[in-house]
Design a protein around this ligand. Structure first.
Ligand SMILES: Cc1cc2nc3c(=O)[nH]c(=O)nc-3n(C[C@H](O)[C@H](O)[C@H](O)COP(=O)(O)O)c2cc1C
Length: 437
């Protein structure tokens, strides 16, 4: 068996709003209804969690203006996902909700307290996806001239997670006395200051609330660069990983398991979830036809502009890809200050190709050949996981009510028939369910 998650890649932001199945998303993306539909369907489909992306900026790197961003609704507008979380768990009983928190945006005390509050409100089904943010435009909304350099951001994130972890442990397990007669609510000798004085943070503690059902809320991590992997190996319960092919996926997971052992952790306590965008159809032929339509669309000017916009973003807002000739050489020497692992997907091994060729060949998130009817795709997912060694997939479809039905009622049923995914939830909390196999 393997785990399933759903990556809500544009967060609590504008969802596909002008296609055939967009429905009322153009105006209703701000309302809770579609996210509730999504989460209840995911629970029916045996997913471990919904994973909500978040960013805080209106990008203007591509073309040097926000025109393209706002004309298409690219990563903006976007609401804060945290208040949405308890609405989703109130509509469900078992599924977890992981939402993104940036170490650049949140002081550690505020984040630790917010996560524990959400752990209480979700009755132990909350997870925090700890990221370092990607572009300068985010940094500039939080007091920086520019987003700090990539590796320094991770150094700061390490200390940030150390502080947050200490705050989560600042109440001993037996600190609550709950004696109404004496009366004594809590034992002050079992609630400790943390007195943290580090390079980036000074925090006295203790946390001013009691531990939630999970004590330590689930921690997720999304970066795949070496410092990102280290952060995950030290602190995370689950991480997003980008899969290119089964061999690379196996190597990535093996690498993470080694890093976990090096940090004295049980490698089974980190679930490596590979992002994937399968193409489903009523039949294999129907899926192939839909894939052909996707490939044809990907070659249009509009789709290519979208990819150039994305590259400008993942470069950390350092490079405006509108400046390059699509039929000129692919600039392969750009590392950027944003998502370095995403950048590599486009730069590595592409010397001598044109920019257009690379944009047509490479996708940040792969389909891993998962194209077909739900049954065909379910069988291939099983084969890939057997090769990789385990953990699971983080499915990343565009979010419409059509894709929700395809991936929960269609794909989940096919996976379940093969015994590949859970047929119910054994435990009340997200971490326990993640660790149950
Ligand atoms: C698939 C994926 C999802 C990510 N989601 C977010 C996000 O929701 N918000 C955010 O600010 N950064 C996000 N990031 C950025 C990373 O988590 C990370 O903090 C940083 O950009 C560096 O990434 P790197 O380790 O790949 O270089 C994401 C990165 C990847 C690859």
């Amino acid at each position: 068996m393997f785990h399933l998650g759903w990556f809500l890649g544009n967060g609590y932001g504008i969802q596909p709003w002008n296609g055939t199945y967009a429905g009322t998303s153009m105006t209703d993306w701000t309302k809770p209804a579609i996210y509730r539909d999504l989460t209840t369907s995911l629970e029916r489909g045996g997913y471990d969690f919904l994973f909500i992306e978040d960013t805080s900026m209106i990008e203007d790197t591509y073309g040097g203006s926000a025109e393209s961003t706002l004309a298409y609704g690219r990563m903006a507008p976007k609401n804060d996902p945290m208040p949405l979380v308890p609405l989703l768990t109130a509509a469900t009983k078992h599924i977890g909700v992981i939402s993104t928190v940036s170490t650049t945006q949140y002081p550690p005390f505020l984040a630790a307290r917010q996560a524990v509050t959400l752990d209480h409100l979700t009755e132990g089904r909350f997870g925090a996806n700890v990221v370092t943010s990607v572009t300068h435009r985010v940094g500039q909304n939080f007091g920086y001239d520019k987003l700090p350099p990539h590796d320094e951001r991770y150094e700061r994130a390490e200390e940030w997670l150390d502080v947050v972890s200490k705050l989560w442990e600042s109440w001993d397990e037996d600190a609550l006395v709950h004696d109404q007669i004496t009366p004594r609510y809590a034992d002050h000798t079992k609630v400790h200051t943390i007195d943290h004085h580090g390079k980036y943070f000074d925090v006295r503690g203790p946390l001013n609330t009691i531990p939630g059902p999970q004590r330590r809320p689930v921690v997720a991590q999304a970066g795949n660069s070496i410092p990102g992997r280290e952060l995950a190996a030290k602190h995370a319960d689950t991480m997003l990983a980008m899969g290119q092919n089964p061999d690379q996926m196996k190597a990535f997971r093996d690498d993470m398991r080694q890093r976990m052992i090096a940090h004295g952790r049980n490698p089974d306590d980190l679930k490596v979830m590979f992002l994937v965008t399968p193409m489903l159809g009523e039949t294999d032929a129907h899926a192939q036809q839909r894939e052909a339509e996707r490939v044809a669309y990907a070659a249009t000017d509009e789709a290519l502009r979208d990819k150039l916009w994305s590259l400008s973003y993942v470069s950390g807002g350092e490079v405006d890809y509108a400046q390059f000739d699509l039929d000129g050489p692919m600039p392969t020497n750009i590392v950027g200050n944003g998502e370095q692992s995403s950048m590599k997907q486009y730069t590595q091994g592409n010397e001598g190709k044109t920019l257009r060729e690379v944009l047509l060949e490479r996708r940040q998130i792969n389909d891993l050949g998962l194209i077909g009817s739900p049954d065909t795709v379910a069988a291939k997912m099983g084969e890939i996981m057997d090769h990789v060694g385990g953990d699971g997939f983080l499915l990343y479809p565009e979010m419409t009510r059509r894709t929700i039905a395809e991936f929960t009622d269609g794909l989940s049923s096919a996976l379940r028939k093969r015994g590949l995914i859970r047929d119910g939830y054994d435990h009340p909390t997200l971490r326990e369910n993640l660790r149950s196999f």
